[in-house]
Design a protein around this ligand. Structure first.
Ligand SMILES: Cc1ncc(COP(=O)(O)O)c(C=O)c1O
Length: 392
């Protein structure tokens, strides 16, 4: 059949993981899948009980309000104050989302169109790049390089600033796990106000930290003039299937996002919102065991890979290990090195990882492991990798 896609959909590059998916399906059972950032830990029992209670409320089965329940937005504002020391107006500076992915996509649609340029980090979460293309705008690559600790070069942002409508950041980052200090956000806000562009900081990994809690861009006093931030309950509370996230910050940006949402969706399920509000109220107690579980997994996996000679820098946050390919694999010249490595890993070790090049040109030469398996399976994965690396 002819290509039935709208021209807009044809702008999105082919799905880079399709060859990997085909091989995964062929190899079938026995794989240790560290490919997708899909949390495997069970949600806290008390949280499930809250959701069950909320299901019994008849009003939760009607259409939800578009922006989210006022009480839930107030709770989110309360969490922001507790966690970041930032006071938000729940009415105008907070919006509930069907997951932060939905918010990110719709926000780009709400703000950007033909002729607009959008700064997207490279390597980065592909939703920003692809939705910029879908919206008819032009993505501008902002390289994240190891020599800059995977943070954007601020001089580059200053140079690009006059052309940008929007800058999409994501710290702690997927896939690099880089953490941005508050001083970095201060500079970004200064540049955004100087040049007149808007900023998104996708902070969905803010609670998965291993040493110190990462900051929010909204801690910068002037940030509300130009920036919003996304948060998600998916990773913090191990509930990615519930589809609940939130946006906070600049009221004009949030109004644009709400307008598009009013024409596309009807807001998150009321029962999920109620349970989310309770989770945020109890976030210290609920997030701590999740954080500790990932910290243990990270330690086990990093040590096991280091012990077989793989040089790695342990991340300070997220559940991703962003690993530079071993030296011998850096030499390959034909095709993508990271794809070749991931395919070899799959065939020889039955371990699935994500090729760095799938996250952008600057991701080439790296792979990403998502630590979504228990410690025993991570040890097994590292053992298989170690045995194989000795033979190549
Ligand atoms: C950077 C980033 N933003 C957003 C999301 C999506 O989160 P949510 O489940 O809230 O849609 C992910 C998920 O992997 C992510 O890595």
């Amino acid at each position: 059949m002819d290509n039935i896609f709208a021209p807009r959909l044809n702008r999105i590059p082919p799905y880079l993981f399709s060859e990997l998916d085909r091989l995964k399906a062929q190899l079938g059972r026995g794989l240790i899948d560290l490919g997708e950032g899909n949390p495997d830990l069970p949600p806290a029992r008390a949280l499930l009980a809250r959701l069950q209670q909320a299901l019994k409320r008849p009003e939760n089965h009607r259409y939800p309000t578009y922006a989210g329940k006022p009480a839930v937005r107030s709770r989110l504002a309360g969490w922001y104050h507790q966690r970041f020391g930032v006071r938000l107006d729940p009415e105008n500076e907070v919006l509930m989302l069907l997951g932060s992915k939905e918010g990110a996509a719709h926000l780009i649609w709400a703000l950007c169109g033909d002729g607009d340029q959008v700064g997207v980090t490279d390597p980065g979460y592909p939703v920003y790049f692809n939705n910029t293309l879908l919206a008819g705008a032009t993505p501008v690559s902002i390289p994240l390089e190891e020599k800059n600790r995977f943070l954007p070069d601020l001089n580059l942002i200053d140079r690009l600033g006059p052309r940008l409508k929007l800058l999409c950041l994501n710290f702690p980052g997927n896939p690099t796990a880089a953490v941005a200090p508050l001083e970095f956000y201060q500079e970004v806000v200064r540049l955004a106000l100087k040049h007149g562009f808007y900023v998104i900081n996708d902070n969905v990994y803010s609670e998965l930290w291993f040493d110190t809690p990462p900051p929010s861009i909204l801690q910068v006093p002037d940030a509300r003039g130009c920036a919003i931030e996304f948060h998600s309950l998916s990773k913090t509370f191990s509930i990615p299937g519930w589809r609940i996230g939130m946006a906070a910050g600049n009221p004009d940006i949030l109004r644009a996002l709400l307008k598009i949402k009013q024409n596309v969706d009807s807001g998150p399920f009321g029962a999920v919102q109620d349970a989310a509000a309770w989770a945020l109220q109890n976030y210290r107690k609920l997030a701590e065991p999740v954080r500790r579980a990932y910290a243990r997994r990270m330690k086990v996996f990093v040590r096991a890979l280091q012990s077989v000679g793989w040089e790695l820098t342990p991340p300070r946050a997220t559940f991703y290990l962003w690993a530079r390919l071993p030296e011998r694999w850096q030499q390959q010249v034909n095709g993508s090195r990271s794809f070749a490595f991931v395919l070899a890993l799959l065939e020889n070790c039955r371990v699935v990882a994500a090729p760095g090049a799938g996250f952008g040109r600057y991701g080439e030469g790296y792979i990403r492991f998502a630590l979504i398996a228990d410690e025993k399976r991570l040890r097994t994965a590292a053992r298989r990798i170690g045995r194989w690396l000795k033979t190549v």
